[in-house]
Write a protein that binds this ligand. Structure first.
Ligand code: PEP
Ligand code: MG
Length: 953
């Protein structure tokens, strides 16, 4: 992004004329490695098309689109010419800003400059500036204005207490892009100031991007610190921007008119009283900007000139943008919009001139404002997945056999139900508001009826509830009111509906509350349903019998919503076996194949499919004999599982008497009951971050203690292995903002993160120790990569243990990072145990993102390189009398069980559903046989070879 800094400025330059100045600039850009030599020709060509003189002694020379390939890196260089350079037409330049940009980044620069361009006599001041700092200050211009408009006022908002009201105020500021995420938390720490008349004031400068004021009133009488509370101001403070407003507010309070604000029923009233930006009830019109490089200086100049012909006020804003409308007559204000191709502009004109001005301005914009414009394509709601792939691929034919990644075991047979989002094109403008309103009304009624059908058919309560929420959303008056406003402005029902849905979904996503933020997906879901109805696009009906769901990619929440009674199997074009969606599929017991390739999306709906989730095979329209074999196999497997289930509470010994413990992985405390019921001999991995995620904010020590107690109570003396909070990477915690990282998987996650926030870690450890009551508690730390991290975590725990003694406590680490495995001989002297997290260990060993849409197929934990690391770990542990568990997904893979047992792993921790099967598998093996197998596996070169060795066992 282009920003201005003092390093870019060269003071006191001189050039006899414009070509000499351009040469000088080009030399400078070349010398700094921003552009190639040929860029000078681009600068010259651009000036030949039209002067880049901006006004106020500033020119912004830049290349043409044809010379963009001469740009190596985006950047600017500023040259001060105190003697001036004639830029043509008698315009004198004192500052030339040479821009090297690959795209339209110079629009951003124009935005930065526009505040300065509004100043008088800037040119002379630039000429006289004696230092880069002074020059930069001049360019940064006047202080930013305080943002205060109707969108920043929330009247009668539902709030149960002061904190909630603060949160609502902060949210308005966030939506107006005045502050970053986390401002609500900042305000909660600030002491509120009572202003009298029931009004309260809060302000902070932290995380503020631009100054803004929000005002919120509660929907019911409220008190705070013993005083009435009828309205709250939340100020995002920056510099002096709020000074004038504060003075007006003081005057108002002195006049005893403060209660007018608390009682206001319209934002207009509040703005009138405070002197904010009044919403204009003027006629308006909208148009999408088609100019290739947006509203840059030349077209903006033409638009401003045209507007000046009308004797009255005309404003313009970007629809869905954050900024308020600006005068079309001001070039600098127009440039400050930074409007790009494709953005929709709204032009608002004073009623006396609107009838003439609006059509004239619309026509001028449509014609390109002096530039040749390529018409914008019709709006497409979705990337055209099917059409793209159909060009290069064809659907698998009848009888074909495809190999994919086994993600959840089991055999599933059923018709294909393809769920791919199709492109839906729709017009932006409608026929008339009345017609569009009627169309939307009918579409909403049809969708409501469809959803009612789904509610009646769904057996699972959780799924029914999702659809009931969808119906409520369809009836939400806030949505329909906003759509209606857009219809009145001439938008089509489709465009208005989708714009409102998208805006609401974005707002929802920005919330601090994870559960509420999830509603964004629901909003988009109903948004698409209604759009499809409006455009007459048929969504394939769900087959009556259990079907195989075919999707491009499937998220964990998609899987969680599935009704296992209707979905016999899952097949995805992309994804990998350790992606969290695959983990959820396994937990639900739905056979799944992932990463089958894009061609499966071209299957005809209803094509009979046979899916083998164990071997990773997909048969398309299989012949009768294959189906017969598969059905028999499925039945045998079911019988085997039934027999295994009967033995689930028995320990697992190999045929030669070697015991391997089988524990369960759980993510919520309530999961302990079914884990024990399914035969778990303990909990081998309690993913505590899932407990944190299930709470709208970080659970305090007491809440955590209750959760951990519940697990230990449920275990009735069996051991509990708890992993301390593991967030970051693929596990975000919505209310715990983590600085954005280029590569979060290699960033601050797991133990690195919690060691940086010791109070959170200490609270968790205290809660754990308190919950133990001398029952067997094992605590392990995630993502440990160095001995030092382990020691810090251990020392912290031991210190707390002095305070809260626990008799049966072991401390260990997860082996998820290759460095930890390689250091196992050192670590084994100090830890009590290791638990191998094969999901992450595989990812880091093979350098393949575990959720990578195409590569994760190769992230197979049976890769000999991963097995070598497990071997090192087990040997080191056993040499010091310590035990090793495996709690990654590999532990439940029937082909991996013999290898892990052969490597000497003492405990396997798997999802509850897999316990009986894993135990049964162990009982079929002899230790000697598995040890031989493991040695062979360590000696081959690929995961496939290892799998082949096991198959041959
Ligand atoms: C692992 O990485 O193998 C593991 C068990 O942890 P998670 O899947 O929660 O990252
Ligand atoms: Mg992990």
């Amino acid at each position: 992004m282009l920003e201005l800094t003092i390093e870019q400025i060269s003071m006191g330059q001189s050039a006899v004329d414009k070509p000499a100045a351009l040469q000088l600039l080009a030399d400078h850009l070349v010398a700094d490695g921003l552009v190639a030599d040929g860029y000078l020709a681009g600068l010259q060509a651009r000036e030949a098309q039209g002067s880049t003189f901006l006004g106020q002694g500033i020119a912004i020379p830049h290349g043409t689109p044809e010379t963009r390939d001469q740009v190596f890196a985006t950047g600017v260089r500023l040259m001060q010419f105190p003697d001036g350079v004639d830029w043509g037409d008698g315009q004198i330049v004192y500052l030339a800003i040479g821009i090297a940009a690959k795209s339209d980044e110079h629009l951003r620069l124009l935005q930065l400059l526009t505040r300065a361009l509004g100043e008088t006599d800037l040119g002379q001041a630039l000429r006289r500036a004696s230092s880069p700092e002074a020059l930069l200050k001049l360019l940064q211009g006047a202080p930013q204005e305080l943002a205060l408009d109707a969108q920043m006022i929330g009247l009668g908002v539902s709030a149960d207490d002061f904190e909630e009201l603060v949160w609502r105020g902060a949210r308005l500021l966030r939506q107006a892009d005045c502050v970053s995420n986390g401002f609500a938390g900042v305000l909660q720490q600030v002491e509120a100031l009572p202003l009298g008349d029931g009004l309260w004031w809060l302000h902070s400068e932290q995380t503020v991007k631009r100054p803004g004021l929000a005002f919120v009133t509660p929907d019911k009488p409220m008190r705070y610190l013993g005083q009435p509370l009828s309205g709250l101001f939340c100020l995002a403070s920056l510099g002096e921007a709020h000074q004038a407003l504060l003075e007006r507010l003081c005057a108002l309070l002195i006049e005893g008119r403060g209660h007018e604000l608390g009682r206001a029923t319209s934002s207009r009233k509040v703005l009138e009283v405070l002197g904010g930006e009044l919403p204009a009830d003027w006629p308006s019109a909208r148009i999408a900007l088609a100019n290739a490089h947006g509203l840059h200086a030349r077209p903006a100049k033409i638009l401003a000139q045209l507007a000046k012909r009308f004797d009255g006020e005309i404003r313009i804003r970007i629809v869905d943008g954050q900024d308020s409308a600006v005068s079309v007559k001001s070039l600098s204000k127009l440039l400050s919009l930074g409007a790009r191709r494709g953005q929709v502009l709204e032009i608002i004109a004073e009623p006396s001139i609107a009838a003439d001005a609006l059509p004239a301005l619309l026509a001028a914009i449509e014609e390109g404002l002096g530039e040749e414009v390529e018409p914008l394509p019709a709006v497409s709601q979705q990337r055209e997945v099917i059409a793209d792939i159909a060009e290069v691929l064809s659907a698998p034919t009848s009888g074909s056999l495809l190999q994919a990644i086994p993600a959840a075991p089991g055999i599933a047979i059923g018709p294909a139900h393809i769920q791919v989002q199709q492109t839906i094109d729709y017009p932006l403008r409608g026929e008339s508001a009345a017609i569009e309103r009627e169309r939307l009304k009918n579409a909403l009624a049809d969708v409501r009826q469809d959803i009612q059908g789904l509610i009646e058919r769904s057996k699972a309560k959780a799924i029914r509830e999702i659809f009931i929420t969808h119906q409520e959303m369809l009836d939400d008056p806030e949505l329909t009111d906003e759509v209606d406003t857009r219809l009145k402005q001439g938008e089509s029902a489709e465009a208005a509906w989708m714009a409102v849905i998208e805006a609401a979904a974005k707002q929802q996503e920005a919330l601090q509350d994870a559960l509420l933020a999830e509603r964004a997906a629901d909003l988009r879901d109903i948004g698409r349903r209604v759009l499809a109805q409006l455009c007459g696009v048929q969504t394939p009906a769900e087959p009556e019998q259990p079907y195989i769901l075919v999707m491009d990619e499937v998220g964990p929440s998609d899987v969680a919503r599935l009704d296992p009674a209707r979905v016999a199997g899952i097949l995805t074009a992309r994804g990998g076996a350790t992606a969290h969606s695959a983990i959820v599929a396994r937990a639900l017991g739905i056979p799944a194949l992932v990463g089958a390739g894009a061609a499966v999306l071209l299957l005809k709906p209803g094509t009979p499919l046979l899916l083998d989730g164990q071997r990773g095979r997909l048969h398309v329209d299989a012949d009768a004999a294959t189906l017969q074999r598969a059905t028999e196999e499925r039945d045998t497997r079911e019988q085997r599982l039934k027999a295994a289930a009967e033995q689930r509470h028995q320990p697992a010994h190999t045929t030669d008497g070697h015991a391997v413990e089988v524990f369960a992985n759980i993510g919520e405390s309530a999961g302990v009951t079914s884990a024990v019921e399914q035969g778990a001999e303990g909990i081998g991995l309690l993913r505590t971050e899932l407990i944190f995620m299930a709470h709208p904010q970080a659970p305090d020590e007491a809440t955590q203690e209750a959760e951990y107690r519940r697990v230990l109570d449920g275990l009735a003396g069996r051991p509990l292995v708890v992993r301390t909070l593991d967030v970051g990477g693929d596990k975000p915690l919505p209310y715990w903002p983590i600085a954005k990282e280029e590569n979060p998987f290699l960033g601050v996650r797991g133990i690195r993160l919690t060691l940086q926030r010791p109070q959170i870690m200490e609270a968790q450890l205290r809660a754990l120790l308190r919950s133990a009551d001398n029952r067997p508690l094992r605590i392990m730390f995630p993502m440990v990569g160095s001995v030092d991290e382990w020691r810090q975590a251990r020392d912290m725990t031991e210190r707390l243990r002095l305070e809260i003694p626990v008799a049966d406590l072991q401390l260990g680490i997860m082996i998820e990072v290759p460095s930890a495995a390689l250091l196992a001989p050192v670590l084994a002297k100090e830890v009590d145990f290791f638990s191998v997290g094969t999901n992450d260990l595989t990812q880091y060993t093979l350098a393949i993102d575990r959720g990578h849409p195409t590569l994760s197929a190769q992230a197979d934990g049976l890769h000999p390189a991963v097995l070598q690391l497990i071997d090192i770990t087990v040997r080191a542990a056993h040499a010091h009398g310590k035990w090793v568990g495996v709690c990654g997904e590999l532990a439940a893979d029937p082909l991996a069980v013999p290898v892990l047992v052969g490597l000497g792993v003492d405990e396997l921790s798997v999802s509850g559903r897999s316990i009986a099967e894993v135990k049964a598998r162990i009982r079929e093996l002899s230790l000697t046989q598995t040890q031989n197998l493991a040695q062979q596996a360590l000696a081959v070169g690929s995961a496939n070879e290892v799998r082949a060795l096991v198959e041959a066992l």
